[in-house]
Write a protein that binds this ligand. Structure first.
Ligand code: NDP
Length: 318
């Protein structure tokens, strides 16, 4: 495994990490979830991503129970959660980053995850109805209280990140360290264009999501929708349309020729491509079974094989 600094911070994360969206709860629990986490940890993963809203809190409960069972020493891994959508049904706890919500939500995560503190916490989306200053102070206070170590954002605009960073700078508060944007061969704009100046100015780190575009880049949807795949899950119909798109699957089929030539799988190539961007601190992978985890994490050995020539051919397809 390779480890990279999380932006300008001193902490280092495995370049490939593991997250639980969709899978923990709807697809996996108990031993199966534990096996995925163990496979990732054994391959050198030290960052495990989660969110309050995943399966309405159940994803945090499953991960917390599995980590307790696995008995990992606390200093060997980082865990995260994210806040915005809220899981309590009340006026101040939905679609918000207000101070009251944030300071209570973290306690719910700690209880479900069975931890005294989380390593990384994220604002899961921007909240235009709460002043950014209120949110920055709330995140600062959570960190000061010892319940989290670093904070960041997810799917914020560059302007919003800079505003938060400048408020923190002005008041000597804990600054946002990392952003969690989608990044894969289909979705590239934020990472490659919008955030371009922030890597130097604010020292932004990236924990990127959906390297396989929910499985599309694994090639599993080239010939239809396989049984037990994410696209068959009820509640994810919007995703089925995206992963079965004809034009996208034609590109994936063309990418397969390059993967075959390199002797790697499509998933390994697509994940390695994300990790080959030096601004990416960690690529958060997802998997519905331990075999996928093992396959995906060997992508770390494929990064160095993305020569300028290979990259150019990939560019030509996408
Ligand atoms: P991917 O795009 O990599 O999709 C993962 C899914 O693809 C798996 O669950 C599995 O689904 C399928 N898959 C994975 N590996 C293989 C393989 N080798 N062969 C065939 N199919 C495979 O990542 P996710 O969309 O899961 O995102 C990763 C993480 O990013 C999440 O867990 C979460 O932590 C984070 N995230 C953050 C978001 C945010 O807003 N901040 C939003 C979304 C994700 P199946 O087998 O069921 O088909």
């Amino acid at each position: 495994m390779e480890y990279r600094h999380l932006g300008r911070s001193g902490v280092r994360v495995s370049v490939l990490s593991f997250g639980s969206w969709v899978t923990f709860g709807p697809q996996l629990a108990g031993n199966l979830a534990r096996d995925c986490l163990a496979a990732a940890y054994d391959a050198g993963v030290n960052f495990f991503d989660n969110a309050e809203a995943y399966a309405g809190g159940e994803s945090e409960t499953i991960m917390g129970a599995a980590i307790a069972e696995l008995g990992w020493p606390r200093h060997t891994y980082l865990i995260s959660s994210k806040y915005y959508w809220g899981i309590e049904d009340s006026i101040n706890t939905k679609n918000t980053l207000n101070r009251k919500y944030l300071l209570q939500a973290i306690d719910g995560s700690l209880r479900r995850m069975r931890h005294d503190f989380l390593d990384l916490i994220f604002c899961h989306r921007p909240d235009p109805s709460t002043p950014i200053e209120e949110t920055v102070w709330a995140l600062h206070d959570i960190i000061e209280s010892g319940r989290a170590l670093y904070w960041g954002t997810s799917e914020w605009s560059a302007d919003e990140i800079v505003e938060a960073w400048e408020i923190a700078e002005r008041h000597h508060l804990h600054k946002p360290v990392m952003e969690q944007p989608q990044y894969n061969l289909f979705i590239r704009d934020k990472v490659e264009r919008e955030f371009a100046s922030l890597y130097d100015t604010t020292g932004l780190g990236l924990t990127t999501w959906s390297p396989l575009a929910s499985g599309l880049l694994s090639g599993k949807y080239i010939d239809g929708v396989p049984e037990r795949s994410r696209a068959t899950l009820s509640g994810y119909e919007w995703l089925r349309e995206m992963v079965t798109d004809g034009d996208s699957n034609r590109k994936v089929r063309a990418l397969k020729d390059i993967a075959d030539e390199l002797g790697v799988t499509l998933s390994q190539l697509a994940i390695a491509w994300c990790a080959s961007n030096p601004h990416v601190s960690t690529v958060i992978t997802g998997a519905s079974r331990a075999e996928q985890v093992r396959e995906n994490l060997t992508a770390v050995d494929v990064i160095k094989r993305l020569t300028p020539d290979v990259r150019e051919r990939i560019e030509a397809i996408f």
